[in-house]
Write a protein that binds this ligand. Structure first.
Ligand SMILES: Cc1cc2nc3c(=O)[nH]c(=O)nc-3n(C[C@H](O)[C@H](O)[C@H](O)COP(=O)(O)OP(=O)(O)OC[C@H]3O[C@@H](n4cnc5c(N)ncnc54)[C@H](O)[C@@H]3O)c2cc1C
Length: 407
């Protein structure tokens, strides 16, 4: 009864998406999640996700998009990025590439609820929740997983989708390269004097980028990256002083800050697993990589991992191959590790370049921003990549209705 094709440890957005994809492909899947499902109390999430078009297609293909898009989500059609230390600026507009929008800003609770509903409707998928992964043994052609309540599960493949601190990755002995940015992300919901114009805004300050992401009802979710000490100071401010500091940091681009709620912080680290696979095991999402939030790509990359792994594994199953064998899993690792590395390096490069106040660098980056803005075709290609409309995408991220959308 406790035997499956695949066991997934971690039922966050990435783990649930992988389970839906594998379940829809006819495989039997166990999902082990430590936290009980969150009861939606109607309180807005302060931390929101900028969801790319590729991720939207994955949700569509998994049958979760209708439920997500029925909630209070906000499309963003433009993106404006500028440097506090000069006149360099870039403006991305979906109209320039004939698209209706660049992406959506979505609260995680909407995505979690939609995926949970889909997952519970799949006959081959069983959710163990709340239940905690305790240990695993790999023995010949099977992997055994022990849970904290003494349940034992077996499968041919175990997947770590258990987040940045991944207990399964640790148990497998997979090493990570880690870097502490010595920065934290301050998130909050804010209301501004002027409307956000369905635009994602990002101002690069010497301490790190400050983003305003559009939400419904004229609210924005901010992500303000700062040295950790500075974040502590901002957290302690009363509302009035916080609004003044935030308005100034944002150069009053949307007027004064007139309301705010839910100030929270997240420590920022970069982490990349040296391997994404070992015998009968694969890592996806934050268990494989955590990335600087400045381009809002973390969960989007994780969803591409989930779709790619599901594609590789379902394909192997259909051809009668062992889905937990290293040659099968290697295909997934080759596909995703390089792509993720590229995005991580690009984000680190941006962060380093923009945090530097030395005049020659400041001059060079402002020139770079202005050149990028004037680059025409190159800018359009960059925009399409960031939206997930180009690149070596898994089949789920190339769903047919999305293809007709773009033509
Ligand atoms: C400030 C900030 C802003 C961000 N903004 C964006 C954005 O705009 N766009 C974007 O794409 N990304 C963004 N990210 C990144 C995004 O938050 C992560 O990439 C994403 O949440 C990772 O999802 P995951 O499912 O891989 O991991 P998680 O969400 O961490 O899920 C892991 C799950 O595993 C479970 N688990 C852990 N241990 C066990 C165990 N022993 N047994 C069973 N279950 C276990 C946990 O309970 C959890 O549910 C941002 C991050 C930060 C910090």
């Amino acid at each position: 009864m406790n035997q499956f094709d695949v066991i997934i440890i971690g039922g966050g957005i990435v783990g649930m998406a992988a389970a839906c994809a594998l379940g829809a492909a006819g495989m039997t899947v166990a999902v082990v999640e430590a936290r009980a499902p969150v009861v939606d109390t109607g309180v807005r999430d302060a931390r929101v996700f900028a969801i790319t078009r590729a991720s939207e297609r994955i949700f569509r293909a998994l049958g979760a998009w209708d439920a997500i898009s029925a909630r209070d989500i906000c499309a963003f059609r433009e993106m404006r990025v500028w440097d506090a230390g000069g006149s360099g600026a870039v403006h991305f507009d979906c109209a320039d590439i004939g698209e209706p929008y660049l992406g959506h800003i979505i609260e995680p609770r909407f995505i979690q609820a939609a995926l949970l509903e889909r997952l519970q409707g799949l006959a081959g998928v069983q959710l163990y929740c709340p239940a905690q992964f305790r240990d695993t043994e790999i023995d010949g052609d099977q992997v055994t997983v022990a849970l904290d309540d003494a349940t034992t599960l077996t499968a041919r493949l175990v997947v770590a989708a258990d987040g940045a601190r991944s207990p399964l990755r640790e148990r497998l002995g997979i090493q990570v390269r880690e870097h502490d940015y010595r920065q934290s992300g301050l998130v909050a919901l804010v209301k501004t004097e002027h409307g956000h114009r369905e635009t994602a805004w990002q101002r690069f300050l010497p301490g790190g980028p400050l983003a305003f992401l559009p939400m419904s009802g004229g609210w924005s979710s901010i992500v303000w990256t700062l040295p950790s000490e500075e974040v502590k100071r901002l957290l302690a401010l009363d509302k009035e002083a916080f609004h003044a500091a935030l308005g100034e940091a944002f150069d009053l681009r949307l007027g004064r800050i007139i309301e705010s709620e839910q100030r929270k912080t997240f420590p920022l680290r970069r982490l990349h697993a040296a391997q994404y696979i070992s015998k009968r095991a694969a890592l996806i999402g934050d268990a494989a990589h955590t990335i600087h939030p400045l381009a809002g790509q973390g969960v989007n990359l994780g969803l591409l991992d989930a779709a790619a792994l599901a594609e590789v594994v379902a394909d192997a199953q259909a051809r009668g191959k062992d889905v937990g064998s290293v040659p099968v899993l290697r295909r997934y690792e080759r596909w995703r590790r390089g792509e993720n590395q590229l995005m991580m390096s690009a984000m680190d490069g941006f962060n380093l370049l923009f945090s530097n106040a030395r005049p020659p660098l400041r001059w060079a980056r402002n020139l770079g921003l202005s050149m990028m803005d004037a680059a025409g075709t190159a800018k359009d290609v960059l925009m399409r990549h960031a939206m997930g409309l180009e690149g070596d995408l898994p089949a789920l991220a190339r769903s047919p209705d999305a293809v007709s959308e773009t033509t």
